[in-house]
Design a protein around this ligand. Structure first.
Ligand SMILES: NC(=O)c1ccc[n+]([C@@H]2O[C@H](COP(=O)([O-])OP(=O)(O)OC[C@H]3O[C@@H](n4cnc5c(N)ncnc54)[C@H](O)[C@@H]3O)[C@@H](O)[C@H]2O)c1
Ligand SMILES: O=c1ccn([C@@H]2O[C@H](COP(=O)(O)OP(=O)(O)O[C@H]3O[C@H](CO)[C@@H](O)[C@H](O)[C@H]3O)[C@@H](O)[C@H]2O)c(=O)[nH]1
Length: 436
């Protein structure tokens, strides 16, 4: 079946490729003509496992086309799926400007006056569907032609294609049987493989997305709270989270303590949910504390560094890992942004290294005498006084630090992800600091 997708970013491009892969005829629209041209040449603008190969496959099969032409996009299908960004406004609210511009474009270019389902796949605050109807009305659109549905996306970066194609569940908030039929057909290739398709009210689907991300963020902050307690009482947070995670009611996932969560989703979505609460006259204090614990982890790491090293002036520090998590080139809200700012502010000199995310990070911080972008791990570790491991890339987990740091005077290593083998490092003369 045919579908139009607006926004060729992490969600839109992955969704487009995955839906084309299972046989649908996908038209992917973006306002960025350079991105569109790249996609048409099978060059992926983002780094994701297997993406380039699958992109080539669906382009050759002519099941995916990318374009900037909204007119084509509107005419292509009754399914109009919005996957544009919803970043945080300065007041913490989700910025719906990009969503609105797509809605306006759909209504303006619906020359054939065909019935359309406008699908919120972007993460939006609960209640956005009613706003969309108001926007349509405000520009003279005929409300009888439009149904708004919510179909939130739960993929993780780094595992995006896999997650899209093997979802734990597909959530669709839609009211008409026409929409239910179209969504059932769209997702049949996944439901036939066992993925549950949950139809809900539109508001429930919107709320499910906000609730899921906030719950996962809260779980991480809970583990980080336990890390702080563990340090005080001589417990090992890894053992504690393993011990509670084996209880199936709690579950082992998302209990990895460390520097805290970053990325383009959790920080903004938790913030937006808190704002939703405020607008409803509700204080979602649990989520405020979730963000506070998250910020405190970064401060706690900085305290460990300054307590161990003293003045950072004239110290050179290796910072390993710039992406917000492994297997992605995404540096949005990455803890590395905060750490680099803090460390430079204290006059440290830095060697930065990441296997994939360096070009994206370089857009925020240009190279300088105090900021060296290393060409490989050995280059990053040459002549440093301390190592901070910030992103748990396999390369960092399995590195032979003893051999790579032969000339290091005192071997300080700060493991911001609790991912390294502390015993082996200590045996090799390192002064090891973890997070709990
Ligand atoms: N990144 C993730 O892992 C993830 C997962 C689930 C949900 N989400 C949500 O999905 C949405 C998109 O996130 P993303 O990370 O893919 O964003 P992104 O920034 O990677 O991509 C957004 C794309 O939309 C394009 N765009 C902007 N205005 C447009 C318009 N009027 N018409 C067509 N294209 C337009 C931009 O050029 C860009 O290519 C957000 O709401 C996000 O919260 C993201
Ligand atoms: O136990 C854990 C798990 C994760 N993290 C951190 O949490 C952040 C987010 O990680 P992850 O959830 O794996 O990545 P995202 O790609 O941001 O995916 C989240 O955000 C997406 C956007 O909404 C959702 O679709 C996904 O379901 C949700 O997992 C990263 O900084 C991780 O390092 C931890 O600190 N401890």
């Amino acid at each position: 079946m045919k579908i139009t997708i607006y926004g060729a970013g992490y969600v839109g491009l992955i969704g487009a490729v995955a839906l084309a892969k299972v046989g649908h005829d996908v038209l992917l629209l973006d306002v960025d003509s350079y991105k569109v041209a790249q996609i048409m040449q099978a060059i992926s603008p983002i780094y994701e496992e297997n993406l380039t190969q699958m992109l080539q496959e669906v382009l050759s099969a002519k099941r995916l086309h990318a374009s900037t032409d909204v007119e084509l996009g509107v005419a292509h299908s009754p399914l109009q799926m919005i996957c544009v960004g919803t970043p945080t406004n300065s007041d913490g609210n989700a910025n719906l400007t990009y969503v609105k511009s797509v809605v306006d474009a759909i209504v303006t270019h619906n020359h054939g006056k065909e019935k359309k389902i406008i699908i919120e796949k972007s993460t939006v605050p609960v209640g956005t569907h009613t706003l969309i109807l108001q926007w349509i009305e405000a520009i003279g659109g005929d409300l009888d032609l439009y149904e708004v549905a919510s179909n939130p996306e739960f993929l993780r970066e780094g595992k995006a294609l896999y997650d899209f194609m093997h979802p734990d569940r597909i959530v669709v908030g839609a009211s008409s049987s026409w929409a239910h039929g179209l969504f059932s057909e769209l997702y049949r290739p996944f439901t036939e493989q066992g993925a549950p398709l949950l139809f809900t009210q539109v508001a429930s689907a919107e709320l499910i997305k906000q609730a899921a991300n906030s719950f996962l963020a809260m779980k991480i902050s809970y583990a980080n709270m336990l890390a702080e307690v563990s340090e005080r009482v001589g417990a090992d947070v890894g053992e504690v989270t393993q011990g509670i995670g084996l209880d199936r009611r709690i579950g082992a996932q998302f209990l990895q303590a460390g520097i805290g969560f970053g990325g383009s989703c959790f920080p903004k979505d938790v913030q937006a949910f808190i704002r939703t609460g405020e607008e409803l006259g509700l204080n979602l204090g649990l989520l405020r504390e979730t963000l506070q614990i998250n910020a405190r982890q970064r401060d706690r790491l900085m305290s460990k560094i300054t307590q161990a090293l003293g003045s950072l002036h004239d110290k050179r520090i290796a910072l390993l890992g710039l992406a917000f998590k492994p297997d992605t080139d995404d540096v949005r809200e990455t803890p590395a942004l905060y750490l680099v700012r803090e460390l430079l502010g204290r006059q440290a000199s830095l060697n930065l290294y990441d296997p994939i995310a360096m070009p994206n990070f370089q857009k925020s911080f240009k190279a300088s005498p105090t900021l060296h972008y290393a060409s490989n791990l050995q280059d990053a570790l040459n002549g440093v006084d301390a190592i901070i491991m910030l992103t748990a890339w396999e390369e960092f987990i399995h590195a032979d630090y003893a051999t790579l740091t032969k000339t290091m005077p005192t071997k300080f290593i700060f493991d911001a992800r609790n991912a390294l083998d502390a015993n082996v490092l200590r045996k090799n003369g390192f002064v090891y600091y973890g997070m709990g």
